[in-house]
Design a protein around this ligand. Structure first.
Ligand code: HEC
Length: 131
């Protein structure tokens, strides 16, 4: 991966830190989380060509919240319960100990930044709103 491409990944994360933390209110699914998922995940999780029967485009929220994972008995996102949300575990790399399978996401790439993972956790704790 070239240097400019790596740097680009930090721009949304820094923006997230600035908005998410300063605001102190609800994490926004569309505003805070989707920009990163679009950049890091959609290329493999795209309707019509989706890996693990999981698509984030054109609709993401309805494919996540309350939907049972194809790799484990867990929901992809269980509102209020990040540790029982397969998406969160799959990004943390703790999915195998919860009865899941496959690789940490994004597969064969650097993990998502810990600031993003904290926001994702907070969004799930806040009820995984479609906001
Ligand atoms: C290079 C392609 C690729 C990228 C990029 C990628 N994935 Fe995946 N994803 C896969 C493949 C292949 C599987 C199935 C095999 C596995 O789990 O290792 C999968 C499975 C999953 C599953 C399991 C779905 C279920 O219902 O059990 C989740 C959740 C997931 N990915 C989320 C993500 C997220 C979030 C990102 C971005 C941070 C991402 N993936 C980026 C290829 C990719």
């Amino acid at each position: 991966m070239s240097r400019p491409a790596r740097w680009r990944h930090w721009v949304p994360v820094v923006a997230l830190l600035a908005t998410g933390v300063a605001r102190g209110g609800d994490v926004s699914f569309q505003g805070d989380l989707m920009p990163v998922l679009n950049e890091r995940c959609v290329m493999c999780h795209l309707e019509g060509a989706q890996q693990a029967n999981f698509s984030l485009y054109p609709e993401a929220w309805s494919q996540l919240v309350g939907v049972t994972s194809t790799e484990s008995p867990m929901k992809r996102v269980e509102p209020g319960k990040p540790d029982q949300s397969y998406l969160y575990r799959k990004l943390m790399g703790t999915h195998l100990e919860a009865g899941g399978s496959g690789a940490r996401m994004p597969i064969q790439q650097d993990p998502l930044d810990s600031a993003f993972l904290a926001l994702l956790r907070q969004w799930i704790e806040q009820g995984a709103k479609q906001n």
